[in-house]
Design a protein around this ligand. Sequence first.
Ligand code: GLP
Length: 262
Amino acid sequence: MRVVIQENYEKMCLWAANLIVDAINGHKGDKPFVLGLPTGSSPLGVYRNLIQMNKDGKVSFKNVVTFNMDEYVGLPHEHDQSYWYFMHENFFNHIDLPEQNINMLNGMAEDLEAECAEYEKRIASYGGIDLFMGGIGVDGHIAFNEPFTSLASRTGVRTLTTDTRIVNSRFFGNDMNKVPATAVSVGVGTVFDSKCVLVLINGHAKARALAHTVEGAMSQMWTCSALQMHNNAIIACDEAACGELKVDTYKYFLDIEKSQRI
Ligand code: GLP
């Protein structure tokens, strides 16, 4: 696991955006580059950087296909808290990504199980995901894979924990009851199958989750810890999120990054 510690949120986002741009630009072959994407506040700065780099002609998304991680059940596209709305508002509407290249789980599907099974097939039809960017919840959930979701899980319906609904209620007028109780989400196994996984972890509130991801035992209690078994997992974090890491862990990852730059 590579842990890249940046001084602050802005630097973390720029670093992550550059990694994505390099991956897209370095992609060879006829197949499109397949990019997995998250919602949440963590990736917003990355999206801002990618939009600017697209406008500056440093990257094009014309040969990119995207798959989003998750979606609330029961929110229509036009609901301003649906992830469909979020992604269009904050990213898709501002770049040259063809609309037909966007894949998102439909939380309004009549048969949610069939929707999830089809999503897995669609990912497979592109030969899997080249780079999956994600964020994590304060309880370490990746996508909507709450504690106790199997580390081998595939795309499916998830019941959100009360904690997650409380945390996410800040987007629903601070009313937890307005936060959907279920979501559709790629599985930990789905994320794990990606060739590269990039996870953004920033802010004091995520310090405990970062420590469990990097130093803790691999456990379904902290689904993000599954990344310890991935051979190309990168955590991009800011200083604020490092508060619960051991001093030696912190220093070691800084040393590794320094040596890579030489
Ligand atoms: C939601 C999403 C996750 C996201 C998490 C963290 O629960 N389903 O994919 O990683 O929130 O969000 P934030 O980045 O706002 O802390």
